[in-house]
Design a protein around this ligand. Structure first.
Ligand SMILES: [Zn+2]
Length: 193
């Protein structure tokens, strides 16, 4: 997930040491539309994937990345250091999630401009539940459950959508999607490489 406002507020750490940056798949690539498979092996087995995902996310830069965005159809997500509260004061740590699920969503919603590394150069306001509870397995194998509002709630919902083949542009109004139709078609037709 790419968020202009967020970058202005939050410093993204520079990658250091050996980094493995994988190409980000772009709108039109079928892997972005697939439902990803759960991680069934030991969490340790995806450590290298998670490292590459962090490297790729920081390089782009983004504040969240789901495995399908680098062509891996698995339920793995990484999230940068973002605030998890409504007033944006409580910045958490970067973390990785295996098999994340939304446990609950607030009835009230917020509108916020989103972008996506897989949908370059398009930023649109998306309405989503303001707060969520979610659970996941950590890379250490711990089952964790957390509450989030603010930017973290936004990023987690955006990234979990990726695991089910849903992109933020799918959540726009029909009218808005019609307006974007040509630009999206151009992305889908662009040569890869
Ligand atoms: Zn995205």
């Amino acid at each position: 997930m790419r968020l202009r406002e967020a970058f202005a507020r939050i410093g993204i750490p520079e990658p250091w040491g050996t980094v493995a940056i994988r190409p980000v798949r772009v709108y039109g690539d079928p892997v972005l539309r697939r439902k990803s498979a759960p991680v069934t092996a030991a969490p340790e087995s995806v450590r290298e994937l998670v490292t590459d995902m962090f490297d790729t996310m920081y390089h782009e830069p983004g504040i969240g990345l789901a495995a399908p965005q680098i062509g891996v159809s698995m339920r793995v997500v990484v999230v940068a250091a973002v605030p998890d509260d409504d007033d944006g004061k409580n910045v958490g740590r970067p973390f990785a999630m295996l098999n994340p699920v939304l446990v609950s969503r607030s009835d009230d919603t917020t509108r916020f401009e989103e972008g996506c590394l897989s949908v370059p150069d398009i930023n649109e306001t998306v309405e989503r539940p303001r707060a969520i509870r979610f659970r996941y397995t950590s890379l250490d194998g711990d089952a964790l459950e957390r509450d989030a509002a603010g930017l973290l709630a936004r990023v987690v919902q955006h990234e979990l959508d990726h695991l089910d083949g849903v992109l933020f542009v799918d959540r726009l109004s029909l009218v808005k999607r019609q307006l974007l139709r040509k630009r999206l078609a151009r992305l889908g037709a662009a040569p890869r490489g």
